[in-house]
Design a protein around this ligand. Structure first.
Ligand code: ADE
Length: 229
């Protein structure tokens, strides 16, 4: 799967050169391709932003460099799903991540800087996505969030696909509490049931803990939906 990003800061994406994603890239499971928006800027100064019509503070990203960059990438890689990263977009959740993971051949994301985009940029994309109700100074970190969340759903990227299956209800419930060694840490003991070896009981305990935890912490998530087995 291809992840293309139109950005003023391509170097930020070297942050994805570690761990799971680096391995996935080496194996050819994913490709991460930042495209420098400055190259498509206007005039001698490669301008990409300008003052807003009607006045007001801050700068607005001009539509032509973004349009030119999108055209160039789409010409090289037809069929990419075009995404504008913006706090005004639909909120990213695991269901959306699954949808994005199904896009072939991949995603073309626009990471903006400055105060915002010329409104006409919205006509150039397929969807707008926000990673949360807060404002970042640019879309780059949002793009990386999308890449990380989507990439781990691609077959072969995760070392242990079973953990994906266990997470398949992640959109509906929070995870159950997990423990590893030691049995006792600073006076806190691992729940006896996990040491019992009774897998049926353990499974039911985990489901019940996950439901309780979800109801307590995230009552906005649908509680009590069926657990996949
Ligand atoms: N750009 C700035 N803030 C953002 C957010 N919350 N989500 C996506 N893109 C952004």
């Amino acid at each position: 799967m291809q992840f293309h990003i139109v950005t003023l800061f391509p170097a930020m994406f070297t942050a994805l050169d570690t761990g799971l994603l680096a391995r996935a890239r080496r194996q050819g499971l994913i490709g991460v391709y930042p495209h420098d928006l400055r190259q498509y800027g206007l005039g001698n100064y490669h301008q990409v932003d300008d003052t807003p019509y009607g006045g007001g503070s801050g700068m607005v990203m001009r539509p032509e460099p973004i349009g030119a960059a999108l055209d160039a990438v789409i010409t090289m890689s037809p069929g990419l799903t075009r995404i504008l990263l913006t706090p005004q977009g639909e909120l990213l959740d695991q269901a959306t991540v699954r949808e994005l993971a199904a896009q072939s051949p991949g995603l073309l994301m626009i990471a903006g800087r400055y105060e915002g985009f010329d409104e006409r940029v919205r006509e150039l994309v397929d969807r707008e996505i926000s990673i949360g109700d807060y404002v970042l100074s640019g879309g780059e970190l949002a793009a990386m969030v999308v890449i990380e969340a989507v990439a781990r759903l691609i077959p072969g990227v995760l070392g242990n696909p079973a953990s994906l299956a266990e997470e398949s209800f992640a959109a509906d419930t929070l995870e159950y509490p997990q423990y590893t060694r030691p049995e006792e840490f600073r006076g806190m003991r691992v729940p006896e049931i996990l040491l019992s070896g009774d897998h049926g009981k353990i499974k039911r305990w985990r489901e019940s803990e996950a439901r309780k935890r979800t109801a307590r912490r995230r009552p906005d998530l649908a509680v009590g939906r069926r657990f996949p087995t």
